[in-house]
Design a protein around this ligand. Structure first.
Ligand SMILES: [Zn+2]
Length: 121
């Protein structure tokens, strides 16, 4: 069990974080594979991209700033053969209370002077 807010881990017999007063989620705190998140957590999409480099830059910056983030929409497996690039859209989400900080941080990624492009053959 862990707290979705402060990410402290709890034993199985706990149901609520003593500090944040929010319901604990089962499993380990999100870290390397942040698929588990509290659906009640107020998340905002700050980046929607099919550019893996852009995503890697963005998540790297968020990690450095210790802003929790969630990557959604990796639905590419079924269509990989058909369209290996264009279907790999992912959504990067952060908690709403850290949206402004995240957007400022990611500004060079979100609004590059020369946007990264996939050159069509
Ligand atoms: Zn907590």
């Amino acid at each position: 069990m862990y707290c979705p807010k402060c990410r402290v881990e709890y034993r199985e017999d706990f149901t609520e974080c003593a500090d944040c007063r929010v319901s604990l989620l089962p499993g380990a705190p999100p870290g390397k594979a942040p698929q588990h998140f509290d659906p009640n957590l107020d998340l905002v999409v700050i980046l929607e991209t099919n550019n893996r480099i852009q995503l890697a830059l963005a998540t790297g910056l968020l990690e450095d700033a210790e802003i929790p983030y969630y990557v959604l929409g990796q639905i590419a497996t079924l269509v990989t053969d058909v369209d290996p690039f264009l279907k790999k859209w992912v959504r990067l989400q952060v908690p709403r209370d850290q949206e402004a900080e995240a957007r400022e941080l990611l500004d060079p990624v979100l609004n590059p002077v020369e946007p990264p492009q996939i050159v069509e053959p």
